[in-house]
Every structure is written in structure tokens, then in C-alpha cells.
Design a binder for this molecule. Structure first.
Ligand SMILES: Cc1ncc(COP(=O)(O)O)c(C=O)c1O
Ligand SMILES: N[C@@H](CCCC[NH3+])C(=O)O
Length: 414
């Protein structure tokens, strides 16, 4: 359930007609629902319940400051993958002491920034990174909290570009090296071992891969304890999928129950890094039909949003529902919904049965995660506005870029 629904023949975001927002703010625009994102966060938090836990929302899914601020106010921690994301979390009022730092390519400057901010833990992804974190912490006279990200070699059964827990993927340290790397970490003076981490991929729609990975991690926790290395937390990453179409992923409650059962009596703090499951269905992308073009083989609806605004369909052949903001009566035609960008791969959806006229508004659903954050300025297109709906109100939480902003910092030769 989300808070985008038809009432009186038109699409509403919570209690506000989408048409009114588009009129006030122009199109394309992203619209987020506060009620939906808060409900999703609480679903995770309540599902883990009394077991000690920290939910570290994956900032890459949607890093709008207003979104981060709402999550911070609910008590959320954050999973970051760059110094830029850390800066956004802090700017939004997030608590650095609830931040985990993932990613295979942390620079020395980013490690320094995170140590100075006082983050909860680094999820270390390689042996050279372990040495680097130790060295930077030493320069600062600090001890860095670390977990090792283990690559458990589990098939997440998702799109190959977003599968991260297989041996051939760049992420984490192979299980076969795990004990040796923990022993190295234990011997380094500027590291404090806190936990173990994994993240096997995104948009997972069934429990077994999560459970399989968790079981492998728990076995490692026991082997480490036998070596005298005690961990205080276990980070299972993110990855819980959402229904874009007919998928039936487990609900946060089922997912968290399954994790808790596996943990049994162990008092390891459970860290979760959900991104998509919190934000995807808390957002839509609204776009206007500019032209209808009827070819010999195809009908095209040319809209004002494009692959630079929402990349998922082009990049992963991802399917997202496209619905009219004000449905019309009539016989549907099968449209490819395409943008103005000069690429054949620029489409938001293919073969969509729709009744359309130029000027109509369409909403691409499930666009709250990996929508705006993956947007670019390709074709010199300014990034679009983001609006947050809160009950009867809507707030512009990021203004549409101006074309002048696109060349800020650029110069011609004197
Ligand atoms: C390390 C890490 N944690 C968390 C996430 C969030 O994943 P999702 O949005 O699928 O929950 C990702 C992205 O896949 C990730 O790479
Ligand atoms: N960007 C991806 C998810 C990747 C997750 C990042 N580790 C998507 O849109 O589905």
C-alpha cells in the first residue's frame, strides 16, 4: 500500500491532486509521500522489534535532504558510500554515530572525513582498504571501528548489474580469506573490530538467498569467536525488493522475522541497510505528453521526462508502471513512452496500453528509489524538481535546476 491513489477520477498524492502539484511546479517532477516513506521505515523498525538493531537507510536510493531529515527524525541511521553522502546526512540532521560506510573505493580523504565525523563503522571491502583505514586513523590518533564485508558467494537471483554477492563481483572479501583478514585487523593498532557485513544484491524477491548468506555469516561469527575475535554487530545489508509489477517480495516483517529466527539467542546487534524498500513506492515521476507520434509499426508517446531523469528502464530494462494522472475514456493504444534524449535506449516504458492526448500527465510509479539519485544532465537537461507531500500540503524540497547552473565552474580559454 502506498499513498498514491485515484480519488474522484484523478491521481492523488496523499490528499493533494497530482495535477495541482504539476501545475504549480511544472513537469517533469518527482513527488514523494511522507506518509509512505515513514510507514516503510517503521515497518522495518517494528519488525526487528526488541532485538538490538540499527536501521541504516541506504542513502544512494534517495538522498534528498528532506527525505534524509524525516528518516533521521524517526531515528534512522544511514548507509553511505561516499564523502558526499556523509555530508548530506550531516546537513540533513542525521547522526554520524549511526552511519555505516560501505563501498569498494573509499579514498583517504573520505576515510578521514568519516573518522572526524565519528561514524559508527566502516564496512571494509578489501585488504588494502584495511591497511589504509588503519593508516589514516593512526595519522589522526584515532581508532577506527571496522566490520569486514564478506562476499558469501550467494546468488541473489536478481539482475546481474545489481547482484553483488557472487565471487565474480567486485564487492567484499571472499569467505575463504575471512579469518585471515580478521586476524590481520586484530593485529593493527588503529582498528577496533566491531562486526561483520554483507550485501548480496538489490531487488531480491525471495528469502532464501538472504537466509543462505546469513547462515554463512553466522558460521563465520562462531569460527571467529573460537579464535578469540568477538563481534558486537552483524550487518545484513539491504536488498529487499519491491513490487514493481507482479513480483511478490517478502514484506519487511517476514524478512525481519526470518533474520531474527536465524539469530536465535545471539545478542549481536542487527544492522539493516534497506534503501529501495523504504523509498521506491514512496515516489512517482510526473511527466507531460508533448507529442503523440503514430508510426507504421509503433505508436510513440513523447514525454518531457527522459532517461537522464529516470535511468532504470534504459539501464536494466526495468519495468515501472506508467499510469495516467487523469484517466480518459476510450480505446487504448499500445505506446512506447519515450523521452526527448537522442538515444534509442531512451524510454520509460514500452508497449503500454494507454488512452492519451497531447498535454496529458503521466505518472511513473515506484520512482522514489534510484530515480533522482541516478539522474544526470545528459543532453544538457537540467535536473527536475522534487516535491514532498505531507497530508494536505506539498513542499518544493529541491528546485528544478536552471540551465545556467549546468555550466557553473566551466570556463572558456582566455
Ligand atoms: C552496500 C549496500 N547497502 C545497501 C544497499 C541498498 O540496497 P537496496 O536499495 O536494494 O535495499 C546497497 C545497494 O544495493 C548497497 O550496495
Ligand atoms: N540502482 C539500482 C540498484 C543498485 C543498488 C546499489 N547497490 C536500481 O535502480 O535498481
Amino acid at each position: 500500500m502506498d499513498h498514491f491513489s485515484y480519488q474522484d477520477g484523478e491521481l492523488f498524492a496523499e490528499n493533494v491532486p497530482v495535477r495541482a502539484i504539476a501545475k504549480a511546479q511544472g513537469t517533469p517532477c518527482y513527488i514523494y509521500s511522507r506518509a509512505t516513506l515513514e510507514r516503510h521505515y517503521r515497518a522495518f523498525d517494528e519488525a526487528v522489534g526488541s532485538h538490538p538493531h540499527l536501521i541504516c537507510y541506504a542513502v544512494k536510493a534517495n538522498s534528498n535532504l528532506a527525505v534524509l531529515n524525516l528518516l533521521a527524525r524517526l531515528g534512522s541511521g544511514f548507509d553511505i558510500v561516499s564523502g558526499g553522502e556523509l555530508a548530506r546526512v550531516i546537513a540533513a540532521g542525521g547522526d554520524p554515530a549511526k552511519v555505516v560506510f560501505s563501498g569498494v573505493g573509499k579514498t583517504s580523504a573520505e576515510i578521514r572525513q568519516a573518522l572526524q565525523a565519528g561514524i559508527y563503522c566502516f564496512n571494509v571491502e578489501s585488504e588494502p582498504e584495511l591497511a589504509r583505514v588503519n593508516a589514516v586513523a593512526g595519522e589522526l590518533g584515532q581508532v577506527a571501528p571496522v566490520s569486514i564485508r564478506i562476499n558469501p558467494d550467494v546468488d541473489a537471483g536478481t539482475h546481474p548489474y545489481i547482484s553483488t554477492g557472487l565471487k565474480e563481483n567486485k564487492f567484499g572479501i571472499p569467505m575463504a580469506r575471512a579469518e585471515a583478514v580478521y586476524q590481520q585487523a586484530a593485529a593493527l593498532p588503529h582498528l577496533a573490530i566491531k562486526g561483520v557485513d554483507c550485501h548480496i544484491g538489490s531487488q531480491l524477491t525471495s528469502l532464501p538467498p538472504f537466509i543462505d548468506a546469513l547462515d554463512r555469516l553466522l558460521a563465520l561469527v562462531d569460527r571467529l569467536a573460537a579464535l578469540g575475535i568477538e563481534l558486537s554487530h552483524l550487518d545484513v545489508g539491504g536488498g529487499l525488493g519491491v513490487p514493481y509489477d507482479k513480483e511478490t517480495p517478502p514484506l519487511p516483517a517476514e524478512y525481519a522475522d526470518a533474520l531474527r529466527q536465524r539469530l536465535g539467542q545471539r545478542q549481536l546487534t542487527l544492522v539493516l541497510e534497506p534503501g529501495r524498500a523504504i523509498m521506491a513506492n514512496a515516489g512517482i515521476l510526473v511527466t507531460e505528453v508533448e507529442y503523440l507520434k503514430h508510426g507504421d509499426d509503433k505508436d510513440f508517446a513523447i514525454v518531457d521526462a527522459a532517461m537522464n531523469d529516470l535511468l532504470r528502464p534504459s539501464l536494466y530494462a526495468a519495468w515501472q508502471a506508467i499510469i495516467p494522472v487523469v484517466p480518459r475514456q476510450g480505446e487504448p493504444r499500445s505506446y512506447d513512452v519515450v523521452g526527448p534524449v537522442c538515444e534509442t535506449g531512451d524510454f520509460l516504458g514500452k508497449d503500454r496500453p494507454l488512452v492519451l492526448a497531447p498535454g496529458d500527465l503521466l505518472a511513473v510509479r515506484s520512482a522514489g528509489a534510484y530515480g533522482f539519485t541516478m539522474a544526470s544532465n545528459y543532453n544538457s537537461r537540467p535536473r527536475v524538481a522534487e516535491i514532498l507531500v505531507d497530508g494536505d500540503d506539498h513542499h518544493l524540497v529541491r528546485a528544478r535546476e536552471t540551465v545556467e547552473e549546468l555550466w557553473r565552474g566551466e570556463q572558456v580559454l582566455p
